[in-house]
Design a protein around this ligand. Sequence first.
Ligand code: GLN
Length: 486
Amino acid sequence: MRTGISELASKLRKREISAVELTKTYIDAIEKLNPTLNAYVHLTFDTALKAAEKADQMLKEGDAPLLCGIPMALKDNICTDGLLTTCCSKILEGFKPYYDATVWEKLKAQGAVLMGKTNMDEFAMGSTSETSCYGAPLNPINTAYVTGGSSGGSAAVVCADLAVYSLGSDTGGSIRQPASFCGVIGLKPTYGAVSRYGLIAYGSSLDQIGPVTSSVKDAAIVFDAIKGGDKRDQTSVDYDYGDSLAERLDRDIKGMRIGVAEEFFDGINPEIKYKIMEAIALFEKNGAIIENIRLPALKIALPVYYIIACAEASSNLGRYDGIRYGYRASSYTSIEDMIVKTRSEGFGDEVKRRIMLGTYVLSSGYYDAYYKKACLIREEINREFDAVFEKCDALIAPTAPNTAFPLNHKVTSPVEIYLSDICTVPVNIAGIPAISIPCGKDSKGLPIGMQIIGKKFDEATVLQMAYFYEQNSGIDVGVYEGGARA
Ligand code: GLN
């Protein structure tokens, strides 16, 4: 098992290692592995070393927060003052924000050491990270396969131990699915639990920032550090979670009611289904009560998600006009021509496809038939989840219907990739929390992820169940050959 944040924090406090030394270990590992893995797209070693010096000072003064001096990474759609933030899109080429996202402001204040920004699908649209303008990151478990997406780089840096933890964003599975493909842990918090201020928007009613880590305890520690209301994000909620969640992971699961919905298992690769069933049996053996439940509306969750996400994206991406940010076409005849050329040259195919789809479903004449209908079905999905949570404490499901795709997998149509989001998007539609945790490997040796889904603001139960599984299944992330702690 890999050393977690608490163990590293204790070593830093005992001066067994300094934050600068720890940071240098990570720089060495990144320099060795990143040219192959392409997990980081912008490296911030200079600022990291300065932050580490400051962290050492904080540690010396005593009473430093747990995350002080710990090397970490941020997805490239999280704004960092003065540091490149490009969403892996040509249209944001060279863009350096002049403010920090709230999550980064919080972590920075605690002495976090940012190693760099991680690779992702352009504007977080995709499930393989292959739509990045910097080329795809490779899966550290087997470099012939994708990392998943859109937070593929954030999952890869944790998997290969090129960061102790990272932050990703999840609109329809982008934290959980890459975590499952790379065999690490990914938590999508309740919508509103973590501020989205400074997260470059994709689908604003679905987006949520969360941690990617190599242990459940680390996920709880990072969530503890980033959660909370923010007056700069009107959709955030200052929910009272009580004491630190990381201190409350031990819980007897006896009598806990776990829902299993057959709709989540439709069309799932049999090897994945088998591993999830094995995990469910472990919970049952230890006294949990398994409830077979139904979520019929899940069958239409995918079109609902793609209509709402694309509609919101088409509006959010309207701001990239060549005037306010990043890239501008080099020759044009008028302002209109400049905007059209900038957007045509700056956005990749997948982003354009979604802007067009979103504009279409919002246009008069189609609004009622698509967007409005999708919003109504969204309410129905919420009602079904509410009813299920009347009798269950949490649900167990696969994270994805498949393990990692081979790189450049022959995609016959984008819909084939969209279909693979079926297990994750319902959670964003309902705004509830879910974690993905490794639960074994398939016959090709690729990691399988299990999803634990909870009630709104009940991250505690989700983390406790994941912790129970991690402690009792014998499956953990493990040490990575060539990684910083190897
Ligand atoms: N794969 C989904 C999409 O492309 C989810 C992406 C995400 O969560 N950012 O929309």
